[in-house]
Write a protein that binds this ligand. Structure first.
Ligand code: GLY
Length: 360
């Protein structure tokens, strides 16, 4: 069997588009507003700041959680119907206070495995996350991680962060016209990153610095992965960066979806790729987006180079992917979107059938 072929190991995924065999789909159980912290304002929608302050540590609205849970279950059924093995994390309590020697917090959810874990080839990495409210989120995935390890996966973790006050810029302020790069709330005190700030294109991994992923974290990952991979750090016109997958989505070799408000010029790396421009999001203004922008319409999951999961009512995006030569598979997901992610964020592609290759 060839090295890195999907059949030889339980964990193996090099791209965003190789044929999907096994996926973790998040859960929304016990989803709760995180305690108020200075890491939040740089990424929360401004219309949500008062809500987060007022409801810190309390559950998200029950009806919305129930509707999102039903959508997640339907998404899992659709994936299974497409021949993908679906795994789910174990619920962990989110409103129990935990503490280190300098700070305490409660949790948020285990809805977005894309943030918490990163699969590169046959290795599954626990991400050193920058939010105190997400410090123990990976525990929800530990039963799966142990199972994958016992079956032969490589299992590792970034350096456990301390998340001291020194990791956050307490003087953070919105960027001004004079700034050439977005101002980030995290410092370079220690390495932190979320998996959703990385996109895998075989040997080439696309990354961004963000309000949760610092240069220290990217450098840790670069050295950890070694010479087999090349990490390209790109910068976008995004004043509030947190997670690259509502900005840029490689859908298949040679096919890139871009957010027109953030990608002013196609990154040089993708100069030979076909580009599709994401259409304006169509979710009604009254629909709450607690944790993200509305550009989650482009947070898509590829099942292979052809099939893509798209929100059922997102007709402009359905047309865009169809015109791009892809086959949309429709799933309701608007209620889940309220919690800060869509199909890409809600999943971790544990195994895709494919080999390490170059696409540039
Ligand atoms: N976190 C991605 C976005 O808000 O668009």
């Amino acid at each position: 069997m060839q090295e890195g072929s999907a059949q030889s190991v339980p964990v193996c995924s090099y791209t965003e588009w190789d044929p999907l065999e096994e996926v973790v789909v998040g859960i929304i159980d016990d989803a709760s507003f995180p305690p108020w912290h200075i890491a939040l304002p740089p990424v929360l929608p401004t219309d949500q700041l008062d809500t987060f302050r007022a409801r810190a540590g309390r559950p998200f609205p029950r009806e919305l959680v129930a509707a999102a849970a039903a959508e997640l279950d339907e998404f899992a059924r659709i994936l299974a119907g497409e021949g993908v093995r679906v795994r789910r994390p174990e619920p962990i309590p989110q409103r129990v206070t935990y503490a280190t020697h300098t700070w305490s917090s409660t949790g948020m959810y285990a809805a977005m495995p894309r943030d918490t874990l990163l699969v590169i080839g046959s290795e599954i990495i626990e991400c050193p996350m920058a939010w105190r409210s997400r410090y123990y989120e990976c525990l929800a995935y530990r039963p799966l991680l142990k199972e994958y390890f016992r079956a032969g996966a490589r299992w590792s973790a970034g350096p456990k962060p301390e998340l001291l006050d020194a990791q956050y810029d307490r003087n953070w302020a919105e960027a001004t016209a004079a700034d050439t790069s977005p101002r980030l709330v995290i410092t370079e005190f220690e390495p932190t990153f979320d998996g959703a700030d990385f996109l895998r294109c075989g040997r080439d991994i696309i990354a961004q610095r963000s309000n949760v992923t610092n240069a220290f974290g990217i450098e840790w990952l670069r050295r950890h992965l070694g010479d087999e991979f090349r990490i390209h750090v790109l910068e976008f016109d995004d004043p509030h960066p947190m997670h690259i997958d509502a900005t840029l989505m490689p859908l298949a070799p040679g096919k890139l979806l871009i957010n027109p408000t953030r990608v002013r010029e196609t990154p040089r790396l993708f100069k030979d790729w076909d580009i599709a421009v994401a259409p304006e999001p169509v979710v009604p203004e009254a629909h709450p987006f607690y944790l993200s922008s509305r550009w989650l319409n482009m947070n898509l999951l590829m099942l292979d180079e052809n099939r893509v999961v798209v929100e059922r009512r997102d007709e402009p995006m359905i047309r865009t992917v169809t015109d791009f030569g892809l086959t949309p598979i429709l799933c309701d997901f608007r209620h889940f979107n309220s919690f800060g992610g869509s199909f890409h964020c809600a999943t971790l592609d544990v195994r895709r059938r494919g080999r390490l290759d170059s696409y540039f």
